[in-house]
Design a protein around this ligand. Structure first.
Ligand code: NAP
Length: 230
């Protein structure tokens, strides 16, 4: 029987590349995005892969999250990728922090991934699945050599903290959790000057996840499998 991936933010960028990578490897993929009707690249994959199912989901709409979890009640998730993310404002400095944007970034990058893990825990527990939270090196304290980016950095640092607790709380059920850094990737978020393509990032991350072992539970990894300092 094929394995099942559940992923958020699958309509573009790294989420779309991961969706394609897992489908190409024969996985069943439950791909979610805010607006399937405008997700042309994602919906086009249905022509190629019969194991793709697409669901509408805004990750911050927790009633919709609960409804989808009920709808997928009997499913087993081998892998759950909290990929959807939002950078928030760029180019602002100390003294210019937009509090509403900070709240929005936290809602998407930090609060929603935990609420999704809670809502879909039954599907993870039944298959002793792995939760992969798409973090960023920008959330690393040790890697922060340039300051700034208060909003995005703090949201991913907090996501790392969420990931660590999930990795310990899930142990009793055999559910593991890791944080991932996808590299600096050529997407709408990463911009055109980024160092790697979504395909390169997804290929590396999939290799890391395919070779995940329990000693890596609660770790933070890049697409080459390198451990990233907190
Ligand atoms: N690109 C990089 O260099 C880089 C580096 C480090 C970490 N990351 C992380 O990698 C992940 C993917 O980034 P990306 O570069 O692929 O970004 P992207 O191209 O900007 O795509 C962001 C994705 O998140 C979705 N999203 C945003 N808010 C959402 C919400 N409320 N509900 C559901 N989906 C929502 C977007 O959906 P819509 O199309 O509906 O907006 C889109 O699918 C993010 O978590 C990001 O922080 C990226």
């Amino acid at each position: 029987m094929s394995k099942t991936l559940f992923i958020t933010g699958a309509n573009r960028g790294i989420g779309l590349a991961l969706t394609r990578a897992y489908l190409s490897d024969g996985w069943q993929v439950m791909a979610t995005c805010r607006d399937p009707e405008s997700a042309n690249e994602l919906t086009a994959l249905i022509e190629e892969f019969d194991k793709l199912e697409i669901f509408a989901l805004d990750v911050t709409d927790y009633d919709a999250v609960a409804d989808l979890s009920n709808e997928l009640g009997d499913a087993d998730f081998d892998l759950f990728i909290n990929n959807a993310g939002y950078y928030g404002p760029k180019g602002y400095g100390f003294g210019e922090t937009d509090v509403d944007e900070w709240r929005k970034v936290f809602e998407i990058n930090t609060i929603a991934p935990l609420k999704l893990a809670e809502a879909f825990y039954p599907q993870l527990k039944s298959s002793q699945g792995l939760i992969a939270n798409m973090s960023s090196k920008m959330g690393s304290m040790e890697d922060n050599g340039s300051g700034g980016s208060y909003i995005y950095r703090s949201s991913k640092a907090a996501l790392n903290s969420v990931t660590k607790s999930l990795s310990l709380d899930g142990l009793v059920d055999g559910v593991n959790a890791v944080a991932l850094h996808p590299g600096w990737v050529q997407t709408d978020m990463g911009g055109p000057n980024a160092l790697i393509t979504p395909l390169e990032s997804a290929t590396g991350l999939k290799y890391v996840l395919d070779n995940f072992s329990e000693e890596q539970n609660g770790g933070f990894f890049d697409p080459k499998g390198n451990s990233i300092p907190w």
